[in-house]
Design a protein around this ligand. Structure first.
Ligand SMILES: Nc1ncnc2c1ncn2[C@@H]1O[C@H](COP(=O)(O)OP(=O)(O)O)[C@@H](O)[C@H]1O
Ligand SMILES: O=C(OP(=O)(O)O)[C@H](O)COP(=O)(O)O
Length: 401
């Protein structure tokens, strides 16, 4: 696979910023009010600060995703940015109305305003050109950050590029560079991918592609649950994620074909009964027994053969990543995750954690990517829809700016 990366993309860092210039800054904060992990905000700060230092007027656009239910508004993000940059940063709840355009026009040189959640609009996820045109009215040129949604062709990151000259923010350059050691296959480095969490990309992209390029794939979360379904096991009320039929199909395909990777299917899983608030009656059972209908899989036990492979990884060195929390870690089911983090934390292992919840949930001081699905997309295809759109945009607007 040839990685397109940032080839042909115009970079914000190489752009001269003029005082008074009106910039739209497309980010992907997608974070709860508790700000458990500020990585997705922090990585945009240097570029936003540079724009403001140069006297630009900056309209920040971002989404709060489907999983973040305690924060539909982004006022707390504006406050956090203001605090970190030591500047006044306003908040305006709308983003595609005449009022929002007025607010953007009222920006003074060197001032930023965070606009409301772009996911409020149905047209955001369908990449409506009409909605993108209304976002575009907030500025004259666009800086595209938000690596965490680079795999999504949405109005606020891809559609916008049909209307304005656009440049990749520093965060996109940083993230694609960071991921390079984990891309492709390697005959020298033993390669381990842990795929957990609940989002369908972990199966549809991660399981589908990493089984072809890595040596060992360890599924957890909904990835494991869908694989167990595909193997005919009863999984009770275990989580299967938002696209179970698609994930079941991918799981069947992977199980029925020859893969480079060995695939860990545990002999034993930890199950518990969801009570609404937490879990009761946790116990370890053989997978073959089937999960009772009122129980869910919350964790799993690494098989002895996979523990031996992890010993090989730590003694010979290699590369590894975790995309998606392997189990219900924050609810106290830490068995598989602790074992995996122990192996990945070894100094011979080049290790990475991917994604918003994964990096917020797990204790990890090593390398992190802010992208979960987007990072898997980039590792699988060597590009993401946002980079492709930025390349097209560079050709179209070459003569301007
Ligand atoms: N077996 C499981 N059942 C239900 N949820 C799980 C399970 N294992 C992990 N999870 C949940 O997955 C979530 C992370 O998933 P996801 O959003 O896909 O990760 P990321 O944001 O890192 O891409 C965590 O909050 C974790 O509680
Ligand atoms: O959190 C995100 O992705 P991730 O869970 O794959 O890390 C991105 O912000 C994308 O969110 P979305 O899946 O609501 O589009």
């Amino acid at each position: 696979m040839r990685s397109e990366g940032m080839r042909g993309v115009r970079l914000l860092s190489q752009q001269e910023i003029r005082c008074g210039q009106r910039w739209i800054y497309s980010a992907g904060f997608n974070v709860g009010r508790a700000l458990a992990d500020t990585g997705r905000i922090d990585e945009e700060l240097p570029a936003i600060e540079r724009l403001l230092d140069a006297g630009a007027r900056v309209a920040v656009l971002s989404h709060q995703g489907n999983g973040v239910d305690d924060a539909n508004e982004l006022d707390f993000v504006a406050d956090y940015i203001a605090d970190r940059l030591g500047r006044t940063v306003g908040y305006f709840p709308g983003n595609a109305t005449p009022d929002a355009v007025d607010r953007a026009h009222a920006l003074r040189a060197g001032e930023a305003v965070v606009f409301g959640n772009t996911r409020k609009h149905a047209g955001e996820m369908t990449n409506s050109a009409e909605l993108a045109g209304r976002f575009a009215a907030l500025g004259d040129c666009a800086a595209i950050g938000g690596f965490s949604k680079a795999h999504r062709a949405h109005a606020s990151n891809v559609g916008l590029l049909g209307h304005r000259p656009a440049f990749a923010a520093d965060s996109l350059v940083h993230e694609t560079g960071l991921l390079a050691p984990w891309a492709g296959s390697s005959d020298e480095l033993y390669s381990v991918a842990v795929l957990g969490g609940v989002k369908p990309e972990k199966t549809a992209i991660g399981l589908e592609h990493l089984t072809a390029t890595y040596d060992l794939v360890i599924p957890g979360g909904a990835v494991l649950n869908n694989l167990l379904r595909a193997l005919g096991h009863d999984i009770g009320s275990s989580t299967v994620g938002s696209r179970p039929e698609k994930c079941l199909q991918v799981s069947r395909n992977v199980l029925n074909r020859a893969n480079r990777a060995e695939l860990h299917i545990p002999d034993e899983v930890v199950i518990a009964r969801p009570t609404g608030r937490d879990f009761a009656d946790a116990r370890t059972i053989p997978v073959s027994r089937g999960v009772p209908s009122d129980y869910a899989i919350v964790d799993f036990v690494l098989a002895p053969w996979v523990c031996a492979k992890l010993d090989h990884l730590t003694s010979h060195g290699g590369r590894a990543f975790i995309a998606g929390t392997p189990a219900r870690y924050t609810e106290g089911f830490t068995r598989a995750s602790d074992a995996l983090l122990g192996a990945l934390g070894h100094d011979r292992v080049n290790a990475l954690l991917l994604g918003g919840d994964t990096t917020a949930d797990l204790p990890w001081n090593g390398t992190k990517s802010t992208g979960g699905g987007s990072a898997l997309h980039y590792l699988a295809y060597g590009t993401c829809p946002v980079f492709d759109a930025l390349r097209t945009n560079a050709l179209r607007w070459e003569a301007t700016l």
